[in-house]
Design a protein around this ligand. Structure first.
Ligand code: ADP
Length: 160
């Protein structure tokens, strides 16, 4: 049995929705590694280093949380760390199809790896990093969506 879980993602940028999932995960697992995927083929607004920095700043006060990064298959990373648990967030039914497909693909990559889905508080269930970037571009108030360290960087990046 494992007490460690991996929460992988692209976190471009981290939102209160991600943080909500992280804080739920550490209530179940004594250690949670938030793992930034380095090889995502999505084009990102923030560099890899900026995303790691924001994750570190935002999770600093949460006991049991570490920030790490991986290249390649997340299942290989999980096994290297000695766990078979992956955490993913499920917001609405629209997430389900993609997450279902990915969980089953990961299971094919490594039979022992299980994906555990956590639902955020309903106040974050509509929140996405894409939406946040759009609100930032349009000059909207971001303070209820992202932590201050992310808000600051979004404003610097998008409101020039
Ligand atoms: P990826 O590019 O791997 O989908 P993301 O950083 O967009 O990475 O998301 C990582 C995980 O967090 C995914 O499982 C996603 O569904 C989940 N997630 C994203 N936003 C929220 C939110 N507002 N509430 C709960 N889970 C979320």
């Amino acid at each position: 049995m494992t007490t460690l879980a991996i929460y992988p993602g692209s976190f471009d940028p981290l939102t209160y929705g991600h943080l909500d999932v992280i804080s739920r995960a550490v209530r179940i697992y004594s250690r949670v590694i938030v793992a930034l995927a380095e090889n995502s083929n999505k084009t990102s607004l923030f560099s890899f280093e900026e995303r790691v920095l924001m994750l570190r700043e935002a999770t600093d006060g949460i006991n049991g949380v570490e920030v790490d990064a991986f290249k390649g298959l997340v299942t290989d990373f999980a096994q290297k760390k000695g766990t078979n648990v992956l955490i993913r967030g499920l917001r609405m039914t629209s997430d389900f199809e993609y997450e279902f497909q990915m969980a089953l693909t990961n299971r094919r990559m490594a039979e022992s790896v299980e994906t555990v889905f956590l639902m955020p508080s309903e106040k974050y269930s509509f929140l996405s990093s894409t939406l946040i970037k759009e609100i930032a571009r349009l000059g909207g108030d971001l303070s209820s969506f992202v932590p201050p360290c992310v808000e600051k960087r979004l404003l610097e990046r998008l409101q020039k």
